[in-house]
Design a binder for this molecule. Structure first.
Ligand code: ATP
Length: 357
């Protein structure tokens, strides 16, 4: 899909242009009020726009004199609170989607039951939404969003209303259905959601896209202050193992799997720069011998109250890692670009998350 959108809402102005390759997921990240929900509302045809050109799956939704109403756009929208129809059963809620695209009652019911079983909610088919937990309702809402076979799926903070126990299961479910699913735009404030689900991210600030690119590149090496603040994480890509992550070059980084990570599947090890300890190259270090590597200081930059050090060299996965040190520690270790160092990362601080792709 490709979109160019410009509009004003009071003093707020949105002006964005982006594309999402077919079948992939774009995450929109940005601070409160940056325009994320406005982008989704405009794509869905729910907000008046000044200029818009939106093409999805080769079909023009808006632009050049065309302006399809929301129900003709073939867009599935999933918001934070699922807004199921309270007076309809679960299966009728889901069947509503294919019905509205012209399927007859029998076909619509069949499609609904298939999707309910796909999302693990078949047993609730006859219940009313009020008789389900928040997580169960969100499963049904996902089934409903997908049951219309949308050309474009819009997800607006799909985990925001869920408790910490049900969010990982729903994230895992979305990962599964999005793998072969429709082209998707996901709004989130959580970089870990973007890592788990999105191929690309775009960072919005005050109605404009200030940064975009492949998820791991943008979150691992942010170029804007905002992205650095929300992300700036150390990311190492590989495959989840029982006790951590195997990197592309075969080393194992010890860590803890999150509850939605699956051994043998693509994963990203995530740890904060403050979790990386730095020792002199030939001196003693007291970290776990497992996650210890030698590297070379590439650069030092003030980062709030600490100094953020970036390294190069060492095994491929370690090149580009960041570590936060106090100014006193930098002085004690006499660190400067080119200094050889040892890095140590406690396994307990390394979280292994499932990764898109
Ligand atoms: N109904 C409205 N009328 C006028 N202005 C609005 C309206 N809704 C939102 N805005 C303004 O549009 C801007 C973008 O809001 P939007 O909800 O798109 O941001 P967001 O990035 O989704 O924020 P959040 O993360 O808080 O959901 C904000 O400045 C907001 O005040």
């Amino acid at each position: 899909m490709s979109a160019r959108l410009a509009l004003s809402r009071g003093a707020f102005a949105l002006d964005v242009e982006f594309t999402v390759p077919a079948g992939t997921v774009l995450a929109l990240l940005g601070p409160n009020g940056s325009g994320k929900s406005t982008v989704l509302g405009s794509l869905a045809g729910l907000l008046p726009v000044r200029t818009a050109e939106v093409t999805v799956a080769g079909r023009e939704l808006v632009g050049h004199g065309v302006d399809l109403p929301p129900h003709e756009r073939r867009i599935g929208l999933l918001s934070q609170d699922s807004l199921l129809f309270p007076h309809l059963s679960v299966v009728d809620n889901v069947a509503f989607a294919p019905r509205s695209t012209g399927k007859n009652r029998v076909q619509a019911r069949e499609i609904a039951l298939e999707w309910l079983s796909e999302v693990g909610a078949a047993e609730f088919a006859k219940r009313r939404p009020g008789q389900l937990s928040g997580g169960q309702q969100q499963r049904v809402a996902i089934a409903r969003a997908l049951a219309s076979s949308p050309d474009l799926l819009l997800l607006d903070e799909p985990f925001a209303a869920l408790d910490v126990d049900s969010a990982p299961a729903i994230r895992g479910l979305l990962r599964r259905v999005l793998r072969d699913g429709p082209t998707t735009v996901l709004v989130t404030h959580d970089p870990l959601d973007a890592l788990a689900l999105a191929d690309h991210v775009a960072v919005l600030s005050e109605g404009r896209i200030v940064e975009r690119g492949p998820t791991r590149e943008v979150l691992g090496a942010p170029r804007t202050a905002f992205t650095a603040r929300i992300a700036g994480l150390n990311l190492v890509a590989g495959v989840a193992t029982a006790d951590g992550l195997r990197t592309g070059s075969g080393e194992v980084l010890a860590g803890l799997l999150t509850s939605d990570a699956v051994v043998g599947e693509a994963a990203v090890a995530v740890f904060e720069p403050s979790a990386v300890s730095v020792y002199p190259h030939d001196g003693e270090h007291h970290g776990s011998p497992r996650n210890t590597v030698s590297a070379t200081v590439a650069g030092l930059e003030p980062h709030g109250p600490v100094i953020r050090l970036r390294v190069t060299g060492g095994p491929p996965w370690a090149s580009g890692l960041s570590a936060d040190l106090t100014p006193a520690a930098v002085a004690d270790l006499a660190l400067e670009p080119g200094s050889p160092v040892m890095l140590s990362i406690k396994a307990a601080t390394v979280a292994v998350h499932p990764a898109a792709g």
